[in-house]
Design a protein around this ligand. Structure first.
Ligand SMILES: [Zn+2]
Length: 261
């Protein structure tokens, strides 16, 4: 039987190279949980792991058990992607590479601009795609062309830009970068199910952002240009369940920064 999302505690193969282990940490921002990605060239035992996930010993042990981990990569700083990093490093001994130095382990280090990482018989290109956070990156699996988009593009809904270091201008540029990769690329997201075509989804995300921006501009016209975040959320996000308003507040904060800058 073919596994479907969400399949907890099982390694689910998505493309010839990429398989996902879904962590059981569902939540407002993590949807069904964090997708930990295992990249393995056909016929090889060793692999690259992207985002070990939160500090869940069972999940981490399960991921560490899939084979020899040659390298661990971090998509961005959020705890649901990095909380288990230290434990995972202790389990596997694999070096860890990330934008932020605090996550580097072993011989790991930062990413060069447009670097192609070669490990475990694979070539993985690093794309700097800031916006969700300042340190967000995406990874292109060279050859098959699928893209690990982390929280820049999710498998369902749209992403929330972090109120502390998220940036809408950067995010729109990052979406344009992903759109520019062209059609036919499988989306391997940080949360939610995989999607068949990155270009289509990135264009939808861009349109969604433009639509929300127009709504926020309208709200400021109605409420006054100094309206606070909460007032704008209550005006704009009437189509979104109130339990999601804290997330909407983050996005509105980032949008107001963009409009006021
Ligand atoms: Zn995140």
């Amino acid at each position: 039987m073919t596994l479907q999302h969400p399949a907890y505690a099982q390694l689910r193969q998505i493309t010839p190279v990429a398989a996902v282990m879904l962590e059981n940490n569902p939540g407002m921002y993590s949807l069904d949980g964090t997708n930990t990605w295992v990249l393995r060239a056909p016929g090889r035992d060793d692999c690259i792991v992207v985002d070990p996930g939160d500090d869940d010993p069972e999940h981490l042990a399960r991921v560490a058990g899939v084979g020899t981990v040659a390298l661990t990569l971090v998509s961005h700083r959020h705890h649901d992607h990095t909380g288990g990093l230290q434990r995972f490093h202790e389990l596997t001994g694999a070096p860890v590479r990330a934008v932020h130095e605090e996550f580097h382990r072993g011989a790991g280090g930062a990413f060069e601009r447009d670097e192609v990482i070669e490990a475990a018989g694979l070539a993985v290109r690093v794309l700097h795609t800031p916006g969700h956070t300042a340190d967000s990156v995406s990874f292109v699996i060279e050859g098959e062309g699928s893209v690990l988009t982390a929280d820049t593009i999710l498998g369902r809904g749209t992403t929330v830009l972090d109120a502390s270091d998220g940036n809408l201008r950067d995010y729109l540029d990052s979406l344009d970068l992903l759109i520019g990769l062209g059609p036919g690329r499988t989306v391997l997201p940080g949360h939610g199910p995989e999607l068949p075509d990155l270009e289509t989804v990135a264009r939808y995300y861009r349109a969604h952002r433009e639509e929300r921006l127009a709504q926020v501009r309208d709200a400021l016209d109605t409420l006054g240009s100094h309206a606070d975040v909460r007032a704008v959320v209550e005006h704009v996000y009437t189509d979104v369940d109130e339990t999601l308003w804290p997330a909407a507040e983050q996005s509105v904060r980032v949008q107001l920064e963009y409009l006021r800058s």
